[in-house]
Design a protein around this ligand. Structure first.
Ligand SMILES: [Fe+2]
Ligand SMILES: [Fe+2]
Length: 251
């Protein structure tokens, strides 16, 4: 296998503030990621929301304190739990804009806040479509990645469908028309990978929440990108790992 040009550590649904979720565990896993990042090209941490449980300042402070000194570049967006109690204002104080972009010579990420205050449903919104089109159309030579909290396509093993992005059809059309390569999302606490046309859709699980489903346990995903493909591995809290999916990347 060619050496990956980029390795993304995809973390989601940490849920600081939930009973059983400790900052020590969060620091331990960030330490592990930092050690792995030292041995790969262009490492990046992407956190797709639900940093907290109730969107409270003390929870954001806890998450932020665990990140102190963390040396890997990171892109962090909020989830529906972070928008509880109008937490978006506190999120911005600690982690910057709720919509943001990140680029290297090999990848271009558009990260969107799909959450709204006191609403568990997901929504991107028409007002953002042109910005997304312009961004991906200007990144044609790179792996184009759309990151958000909510899922754009239902995830298996999660029971009755809830909270799929309300404008998912229109968002998927924008992504497909602009040759987006990959979607990173969370929210359902279950990892899954879909191939939709030429796009790879990667949902990851919860990093630390006890609210897992079925046989799933706490984990994050590692996404290794070569010129030709994405290799998605699941990295469990007990430090075991396994390759979950491989998918060709559109040119
Ligand atoms: Fe969550
Ligand atoms: Fe969520």
């Amino acid at each position: 296998m060619p050496r990956p040009h980029t390795t993304i550590f995809h973390v989601s649904d940490v849920h600081v503030g939930e009973i059983g979720v400790t900052l020590d565990d969060l620091r331990m896993i960030l330490d592990r990621i930092e050690k792995k990042a030292a041995n790969v090209s262009s490492p990046l941490l992407v956190v797709t929301g639900d940093l907290t449980t109730e969107g409270l300042r003390e929870e954001f402070e806890g998450f932020s304190s665990a990140l102190q000194g963390f040396s890997v570049p990171h892109v962090i967006i909020p989830g529906n739990h972070d928008e509880r109690n109008y937490g978006s204002a506190v999120f911005e104080e600690f982690f910057g804009e709720r919509f943001k972009t990140y680029q290297t010579e090999n990848i271009a990420i558009y990260a969107a806040d799909s959450a709204e205050p006191d609403n568990d449903a997901g929504h991107v919104g028409r007002v953002k479509y042109n910005e997304m089109r312009d961004f991906f159309n200007s990144s044609k030579e790179k792996v184009r990645i759309f990151a958000l909290h909510h899922h754009l396509v239902p995830v298996p093993h999660t029971g009755r469908e809830q909270n799929v992005v309300e404008d998912a059809g229109d968002v998927l059309a924008v992504l497909d028309n602009t040759n987006c390569s990959m979607v990173l999302s969370g929210h359902r606490h279950v990892p899954w990978t879909w191939k939709l046309g030429d796009m790879v859709i990667c949902n990851t699980g919860t990093l630390l929440s006890r609210r897992v489903r079925g046989a799933t346990t706490q984990l994050y995903s590692r996404v290794e990108l070569t010129k030709e493909e994405a290799i998605i591995s699941l990295c469990y809290k007990d430090a075991t790992e396994r390759v979950f999916a491989r998918a060709p990347l559109r040119a």
